[in-house]
Write a new protein. Structure first.
Length: 443
């Protein structure tokens, strides 16, 4: 680890409280002021002359000079590729050629995810350049009092409705549900093409439909190989036209949920992806540089912690808490929002503290919001009604379990989990490198 990275890590670890309450050890408070996920799309928008965002761009010690003069941009998000695990694998596995080439040819630094460190909220930030307090998406499950339902924010449907996009069908407009313009709408209005690449299986998910609003084109792909080939083709398309290419790869996250946060299967996927990245994207551009100056960003939305069966706290064990809530726990098992009946808040706090022991801490939602946990400035009007009265921040690898379906069981939570503030979840990698640069040597 070089001195610049050490300095950035110290900065990211400097905030250890929410209000007056100390965060669990190894926690990372989300950064929205130059060292976080939200600052990546904000940087790209500003690069193309779009300055009406309140979100600041990436700090100079993160970005460096890699981006200057670029006419085309590739932004590749690898779901669940946590910084700490990736850096550890890069240190011990010499076969991660693609990642190593990006690091050697440009910048490789840690930044933070947003809160909560979940895909639905992070992808909404990725495609808007705004923190959650402004785009209003608060997690995987979200209680929407104005609609009287709990929504699954990946499908964008009521929790028990498996059909994708049902909320869009009711509102009739993705922008109305998201509440803010996407980066694609902003770029298109500026004359910059904005293309999205997404795996075939999730191309029509409600979340994809919502955040791709305004894109110049959406390109479904089968696997990482044709995704990278499509990126290569889009970079060379229309040489005189500025363009951004936004791509998402989700296999690491899927494998970690099934096999655990790190181990043979996730490591193999990272290794294989790095190989494909080298062979299908970096190496071809070394042999023949892009027609226009092109910069590539590679990052993640979050990392994962490993949750075992003994780490799971069954919410049903406290009948008092269960009976005192308006709706079941919302969000994720790592950081659930609690909507408490009037007059029951202190009773819930005491009963829940007894259930948790030293496995989690309870925070007032208003205190967390005032502390900037979801960002600052420009709060969306519905936001405060979507974060409940209390938030539970689980420590270390612990998760809270609540059965949302008749077949739900604590055993289903064993594996990689995310949504909390642990450094394994919150620290994500950011690579920034010029495509076609000669310093990227083949291995």
């Amino acid at each position: 680890m070089n001195k610049a990275t050490e300095k950035i890590l110290r900065r990211l670890k400097c905030q250890s409280t929410v209000g007056k309450m100390s965060l669990p050890s190894n926690s990372i408070f989300p950064n929205y002021s130059g060292y976080g996920l939200a600052n990546v799309p904000a940087t790209i928008l500003r690069h193309f002359g779009i300055t009406d965002l309140s979100t600041s761009p990436l700090a100079e010690d993160v970005l460096g000079s890699e981006f200057k003069g670029s006419k085309k941009v590739v932004v590749l998000l690898v779901d669940a590729l946590g910084y700490l695990d990736l850096a550890n694998q890069m240190a011990k596995d010499r076969r991660l050629h693609g990642f190593r080439q990006l690091a050697e040819g440009g910048r490789f630094t840690p930044i933070t995810s947003i809160f909560p460190s979940t895909t639905a909220a992070a992808i909404s930030t990725f495609h808007t350049g705004l923190p959650p307090i402004q785009h209003g998406i608060t997690g995987y499950r979200m209680y929407m009092p104005d609609r009287g339902l709990i929504a699954n924010m990946i499908r964008l449907s009521p929790e028990h409705d498996e059909r994708p996009g049902r909320l869009l069908k009711k509102t009739g407009d993705a922008r109305r549900l998201l509440g803010v313009p996407t980066v694609h709408s902003r770029l298109s209005a500026r004359g910059v093409k904005s293309f999205c690449l997404i795996q075939d299986a999730i191309c029509n998910s409600g979340l994809s439909e919502m955040v791709f609003k305004g894109a110049s084109g959406v390109f479904p792909f089968v696997n990482s190989t044709d995704m990278l080939v499509n990126i290569r083709d889009l970079v060379n398309r229309e040489p005189g036209v500025p363009a951004c290419i936004w791509a998402y790869w989700g296999a690491v996250d899927s494998l970690q949920h099934r096999y655990g946060s790190w181990g043979p299967a996730p490591e193999a996927e990272v290794r294989n992806f790095g190989y494909s990245l080298q062979r299908e994207l970096l190496e071809p551009f070394q042999k023949k540089a892009p027609r226009q100056k092109t910069t590539m960003f590679l990052l993640a939305d979050h990392g994962q912690v490993q949750t075992n069966i003994d780490d799971i706290v069954d919410f049903r064990r406290s009948r008092k808490v269960m009976n005192s809530l308006v709706v079941p726990p919302i969000g994720t098992g790592r950081s659930p929002y609690l909507f408490v009946r009037d007059g029951y808040r202190e009773g819930v706090r005491k009963a829940l503290s007894k259930l948790l022991g030293n496995r989690g801490v309870i925070v007032d939602s208003q205190v967390a919001m005032d502390s900037g946990l979801w960002g600052t400035d420009g709060m969306r009007s519905e936001f405060s009604n979507r974060i409940g009265d209390l938030i539970v921040l689980m420590k270390r690898n612990h998760s809270l379990f609540y059965p949302y379906g008749p077949d739900s069981s604590p055993e289903q939570m064993v594996g990689g989990r995310h949504g909390g503030l642990d450094e394994q979840e919150m620290l994500i990698p950011l690579f920034c490198s010029r495509l076609g640069r000669n310093s990227l040597k083949s291995k």
